[in-house]
Design a protein around this ligand. Structure first.
Ligand code: GLN
Length: 486
């Protein structure tokens, strides 16, 4: 088990530990623990060792090193890095090498982090299980017959298995929070605009955010504080209030109002998940929080609205994979139109094709008003629901997913069943608000269950404070999965 990222960085700064030794240990852990899981698509050994040596040299020379000094990290493989391939889990980008580093990569490296590898994901982040990866699925460290969630399943599994203490994922409709829930780790989707998307391979540009996966709330806060802030390469990024959370004193939650949306506890919610989330809310109320019921009346529309908007944006974003600009180019084409069609047909997976077709249809002349425009209007109503609900409370508590981790194949033949797994996470993306997930119990079968907290735009500090109080009063955090580093 790693000590916290905070502790690793403190030890490296104080020369109690060497970044190179820590990096070697992380690489060893990939070798021993990853084969049954397949969380990693690529290990970036030589780059990592060079970065770690540079951190040690800076410490030795008395130069300042950042808050992530020597911390080994994994990055979801839709985050562009010059020092490895960036595949987005797709055959079409199987050999793609980005000419630049994403802004988040520049920031974590400037803070001293050591990237040891790139992690598996559903192709182009489209999915909820990693079963859509062109390179084979990732397995859940708690049960190898079950999915780790998706699409950031590789990053979540790598952290849950103790291979790395910290990872980055991306969340368009739950892809950080649902895998965090399925693997028993902390996952944070920041407010839309909090973190630069420059160098994140775009899926749904009005929904996508990059965020941390960690083993503690304080580590998630630390990583968010490093990656947050305005970037001139992403005009949607803004400077919010700085992220501040001290790991040592559990914050006081007395007097905070926690809203329970009645629509999030109805049909389709697994009884064990309901019981675990309600017990967590009960604990927060014993700690002094006040529980109120709130209403999110348009919740019924979440899935339909999200999938129209996400697919429409995806169809437009993925037009660039045409066999000319990027990636796979068909060898069998006689003219330019055949080149486009064949390159895409040969190298994109079934789910990605389904979304491109549905998204193109929703945007097409004659159907635009009926589908895309209607979805945009409904999105505004969903946003207003949250504004109204969050006027009555400081944060909302709800499940992260309707069930614990499901089995391979259980939903992969039925796209609608898979889409329903996102029912509690997608609204935060539609509304642009932050969401934080952390473990709040285990099912009888020993599978982790996650608690989700949602708050107003840029109120990440409230989420982190309350979850830190919850963490300090529970011990789910100490449990280790059977398939990981001892
Ligand atoms: N499962 C959702 C989808 O397939 C969300 C994915 C994500 O957040 N990247 O769109």
């Amino acid at each position: 088990m790693w000590s916290s990222a905070r502790q690793i960085a403190a030890d490296v700064r104080a020369r109690r530990a060497s970044a190179v030794d820590i990096c070697r240990e992380a690489l060893r852990r990939i070798n021993v623990a990853d084969p049954p899981l397949h969380a990693f698509l690529e290990t970036t050994e030589s780059h990592a060792l060079a970065r770690a040596a540079a951190v040690d040299a800076a410490v030795a020379a008395g130069q300042p090193v950042g808050p992530l000094a020597g911390v080994p990290m994994a990055l979801k493989d839709n985050i562009c890095t010059r020092f490895s391939r960036t595949t987005a889990g797709s055959k079409i980008l199987a050999q793609h090498r980005s000419p630049f580093d994403a802004t988040v990569v520049q920031r974590i490296e400037a803070a001293g982090a050591v990237v040891v590898g790139k992690t598996n994901l559903d192709e182009f982040a489209m999915g909820s299980s990693t079963e859509n990866s062109a390179f084979g699925p990732t397995r859940n460290p708690w049960d190898l017959e079950r999915v780790p969630g998706g699409s950031s399943g590789g990053s979540a599994a790598a952290v849950a298995a103790g291979i790395v203490p910290l990872a980055l994922g991306s969340d368009t409709g739950g892809s950080i929070r649902q895998p965090a829930s399925f693997t028993g780790v902390v996952g944070l989707k920041p407010t839309y605009g909090r973190v630069s998307r420059y160098g994140l391979i775009a899926y749904g540009s009005s929904l996508d955010q990059i965020g941390p996966l960690a083993t503690s709330v304080a580590d998630a806060a630390l990583l968010l504080s490093v990656i947050a802030g305005h970037d001139r390469h992403d005009s949607t990024s803004v400077d919010g209030e700085p992220i501040a959370l001290t790991a040592d004193t559990p914050p006081d939650v007395a007097g905070l109002r926690i809203g329970l949306p009645r629509q999030y506890f109805g049909d389709g919610l697994d009884e064990e998940v309901r019981a675990a989330v309600m017990a967590a809310v009960e604990l927060l109320s014993q700690l002094g929080a006040q529980v109120v019921e709130v209403d999110l009346p348009h919740s019924q529309q979440n899935i339909a609205v999200y999938y129209v908007i996400a697919m429409a944006e995806a169809s437009s974003n993925l037009a660039r994979y045409d066999g000319v600009h990027y990636g796979h180019r068909s060898a069998a084409a006689a003219d330019i139109f055949e080149l486009y069609a064949r390159s895409r047909s040969e190298a994109l997976g079934a789910e990605v094709k389904r979304r491109i077709m549905l998204g193109t249809f929703a945007l097409s002349s004659g159907y635009y008003d009926a589908y895309y425009l209607t979805a945009l209007k409904a999105r505004r109503l969903i946003q207003r629901d949250f504004t109204a609900a969050l006027a009555r409370c400081d944060l909302i508590a709800c499940p992260a997913a309707p069930t614990p981790a499901f089995r391979f194949g259980e939903k992969s033949d039925d796209p609608l069943a898979m889409y329903l797994a996102d029912v509690y996470t997608i609204a935060a993306n539609l509304a642009g608000i932050p969401g934080l997930v952390a473990p709040c119990g285990f099912s009888r079968q020993g599978l982790p269950i996650g608690l989700q907290l949602l708050a107003a735009p840029f109120a990440e500090n409230t989420l982190l404070r309350v979850m830190r109080a919850y963490e300090a009063n529970t011990d789910w955090w100490a449990r280790r999965p059977p398939h990981g580093v001892a």
